[in-house]
Design a protein around this ligand. Structure first.
Ligand code: MSP
Length: 509
């Protein structure tokens, strides 16, 4: 049986249209999913939309639609962007689907039946954009300490989850599992938050309707974060505990932005403890993108729209840029100039040129047919070893979700390939018929290294890799064996590659 791998993105609110922040998390999850499939894993990759809550209800009212009409319309925009971006998700969950509503209500009921959800009364300050309650002391000038927007005082009958009961168990779990919350700085943040003490959490609302009714008390709807977090299980078929739940739970990696860390590493694990289910193996919080130095916001009208970027620069350039430019976990800045620079130097010059010049040489010297390599020299061995080492390094780096470092490791081999050509100088070897065997060996090493590079790159830039592998005469989708040296067969006909990435001459906008 294949080993399994389960990766999730947050489910996106439908009151906002997709931007590069959303694309970023989904893309990172896609690279992991593709890489694990390449390595022979049975992968479940989940994304979806978060469609309940006051925020969505308010947005629908403003737009003159029902919340479901709004959700139907906006979720399509997410789905079509994921298609354009080459996202290979296994499933797309919507919290308005029956399968989800049933599973979320069932988990709520289970926790209630065992006494960890009780009825009480709530009086506190609520931030609607964040869907979060705050105590008066937590507010800054009566504004939300997270987003600095106004809060409103709410008093309502509410169900509470006994989160306080799980404080010690959660602390012990975080301490015993150093990989659970990453990166380390985020883990420390959560450790000190939990040590300050956990309050019981309000998990229902009576002031609006748009949500899943509390089982047995339809005056209440389930708190949108309780509802949303359970998607990671309902998509697997929960409350049924066999099938995909047995196969894929606990989830291997949950990718989130740093703003929703507490929900995923305090609320979610304590809900799961109460429901008697295992805790996710890893939650990784990435940083936030600013745009040309400024916070991305509707009011500043600087939201970067991924569809437009894909149309202008191509899908793989966008995929490459987002994961290469900024170390995963840190904040980063998006600028057109930086994107154009990466396309021209990394993609057109380094990657594209190498394939173009080497396939052209094979055409010129051997009519495009690969020779068997003869004796290996020190220069050849160095390129082979560097290529083989890269495969191990990238494996480790992706284990750590260090996407940018993984791409750097791949680019070191691309640079080494360009240097290898300069050092072996095939154009000089070609002048002496007695060196034909040596020339054939150089051609083999130069192209074989790129075959391995593009097999790995298929996780990051699937379309480009497919095209490049096609030029190299590889027709099958890469698998784990493709990452081993020696895959190119002598006698293979290799076509001259056209530019994988045309240079962009204008300066960008
Ligand atoms: N619906 C909740 C998540 C529920 S998961 C059970 C939510 N949705 S969201 O649409 O507001 O945000 C989804 C993700 O997008 C978050 O991980 C957030 O960090 C990410 N981003 C939103 N803006 C971003 C940037 N400017 N940069 C990077 N990521 C950003 O929260």
């Amino acid at each position: 049986m294949k080993p399994t791998f389960y990766v999730t993105t947050p489910i996106y609110y439908v009151n906002d249209v997709p931007h590069i922040g959303h694309a970023y998390t989904t893309l990172a999850a896609d690279v992991l999913a593709r890489y694990k499939r390449l390595k022979g894993f049975d992968v479940f990759f989940l994304t979806g939309t978060d469609e309940h809550g006051q925020k969505v209800e308010k947005a629908a009212n403003t737009a003159g639609e029902t919340p479901l009409e709004l959700a139907d319309r906006v979720m399509k925009r997410f789905q079509s962007l994921w298609e354009k971006l080459g996202i290979s998700n296994t499933d797309f969950i919507r919290t308005t689907q029956e399968r989800h509503k049933k599973g979320a209500a069932s988990m709520f009921e289970k926790v209630m039946q065992q006494g960890d959800i009780y009825l009480g009364e709530y009086e506190d300050w609520y931030c609607t954009p964040c869907e979060t309650f705050w105590t008066e002391t937590q507010l800054i000038d009566y504004k939300c300490p997270d987003c600095n927007r106004p809060t409103e005082k709410l008093k309502e009958e509410s169900y509470f989850f006994r989160m306080s009961k799980y404080q010690e168990q959660l602390l012990a779990h975080i301490e015993a599992n150093p990989d659970f919350i990453q990166p380390k700085s985020r883990r420390n943040e959560i450790l000190s938050f939990v040590k300050e003490g956990l309050r019981d959490l309000s998990v229902s609302r009576t002031t609006f309707q748009w949500g899943i009714p509390v089982p047995g008390n339809e005056k209440h709807v389930i708190y949108v974060w309780f509802d949303a977090l359970t998607n990671y299980l309902t998509a697997l078929g929960y409350p049924a505990e066999g099938g995909d739940v047995a196969k894929f739970w606990p989830v291997d990696v949950q990718l989130i932005g740093k703003d929703i860390l507490r929900f995923h590493t305090v609320y979610w694990p304590t809900f799961l403890m109460a429901a008697g289910l295992p805790i996710p193996k890893k939650v990784f919080a990435h940083g936030w993108w600013t745009v040309e130095g400024q916070k991305m916001s509707k009011s500043l009208q600087n939201v970067v729209e991924p569809n437009m970027l894909i149309e202008k620069y191509g899908v793989d350039a966008v995929r490459y840029f987002l994961l290469r430019e900024v170390p995963f976990g840190l904040d980063g800045d998006f600028s057109h100039a930086a994107l154009v620079n990466r396309i021209n130097s990394d993609l057109a010059n380094d990657l594209g040129n190498l394939l173009n010049r080497s396939t052209a040489m094979l055409g010129k010297y051997f009519g495009g047919v690969l020779e068997a390599p003869a004796e290996e020299t020190a220069l050849d061995a160095a390129l082979r070893e560097k290529t083989v080492d890269m495969v191990q390094q990238v494996n480790q780096q992706l284990e750590e979700l260090a996407f940018s470092k993984a791409l750097q490791s791949i680019w070191e081999v691309i640079s080494a390939g360009n240097k290898y050509i300069d050092e072996t100088a095939p154009w000089t070897l070609a002048k002496d018929p007695a060196l034909k065997g040596r020339l054939g060996t150089v051609m083999y090493y130069m192209l074989e290294s790129q075959r391995v590079v593009h097999s790995l790159l298929s996780a990051f830039m699937p379309k480009t890799a497919e095209k490049a592998l096609g030029y190299l005469g590889v027709t099958e989708a890469p698998d784990e064996k493709s990452l081993c040296w020696g895959g190119l067969k002598p006698g293979t006909a290799i076509a001259r590659a056209e530019a994988l990435f045309p240079r962009i001459e204008e300066k960008g906008e």
